[in-house]
Design a protein around this ligand. Structure first.
Ligand code: ZN
Length: 287
């Protein structure tokens, strides 16, 4: 049976190596709605989304992970944000988002920036690595190696309506057998995207890593959360400030805010915008 929109952690008993599986279906499709991305750009965003979930599923407490992939090609930015509860959103930004080509052709030269916000009272930290090789997975392996000092292998992909990922990682402070690490990596190299998208986690792991004792943890659901709530939009209006808002109202007769993630436009009549400024938002219809 297909298990959609979930992340699942596992570990190899006694080996000091852990892993994660991620499948994003509905949530990824919601991310693409109302955006005119080509299949190739959508695939890059899907891989980034899977990577974002793999990173966020590592968070211990509350907090969130921001994954930014910046390029100098037609695609300037892939941005994925995922919080500790695996609420996910993401977007692609650039000159042309309907282009075709490989990751390199679309993104050009660039870098990957991972910002981890571990939650209230703790400092955020950031790791930056250059875009390496021909896939986002390679760049992210570089991040884990250089910034997090965690030996990591990643497989990311998009197939049909799913974005999928598999991660193997040395557990922090664990001593591992190099032979185990190599063997598990080689076995994982044989995984097909259809298997990641379609097989139940237990069956997939048994097939891939037969002979290894794998402990599988409970699945965690992934959800789409754009965060463009009425409260958030009111905050944006207050941040713009009275002068700016009144200027726009005088010029355009209303205030339009665009949520870049879901590509929706929210229109505020003058009295609605002024109520938001005053901190007492009225009931309003959202278009
Ligand atoms: Zn939105």
């Amino acid at each position: 049976m297909r298990q959609a929109d979930q992340a699942r952690a596992f570990l190899f008993e006694g080996a000091g190596i852990r892993g994660r599986l991620v499948r994003i279906d509905q949530t990824w499709r919601e991310m693409l709605e109302r955006h005119a991305y080509s299949a190739e750009v959508a695939a890059l965003l899907g891989q980034a989304a899977a990577a974002g979930v793999l990173l966020a599923d590592n968070l211990k407490g509350r907090g969130s992970v921001h994954l930014q992939i910046q390029g100098d090609g037609d695609v300037r930015l892939l941005l994925v944000q995922c919080d500790h509860a695996l609420n996910l959103r993401g977007l692609a930004r650039g000159e042309r988002l309907d282009g075709q080509g490989t990751m390199r052709e679309l993104l050009g030269e660039g870098r990957m920036m991972v910002t981890v916000d571990p939650g209230p009272g703790q400092d955020r930290y950031q790791g930056i690595v250059p875009l390496a090789g021909e896939s986002l997975a390679e760049s992210l392996e570089g991040y884990f190696r250089d910034s997090a000092q965690l030996l990591t292998r990643l497989w990311l992909g998009v197939i049909g309506g799913s974005a999928v990922g598999l991660m193997l990682q040395r557990m922090p402070d664990a001593t591992i057998d190099e032979e185990d690490w190599r063997t598990l990596g080689m076995l994982a190299d044989t995984v097909r995207l259809t298997e990641l998208a379609e097989l139940p986690a237990g069956e997939l792991l048994r097939r891939l890593f037969s002979g290894y004792d794998v402990r599988l943890f409970d699945a965690r659901p992934i959800g789409y959360d754009c965060r463009c709530t009425a409260e958030h939009l009111d905050n944006v209006i207050r941040l713009l400030g009275r002068d700016e808002v009144e200027g726009i109202l005088a010029e355009q007769g209303a205030l339009a805010l665009n949520c870049e993630f879901c590509n929706k436009v929210f229109r505020f009549a003058p009295e609605e915008a002024r109520h938001a400024l005053a901190g007492t938002p009225p009931e309003r219809t959202v278009h």
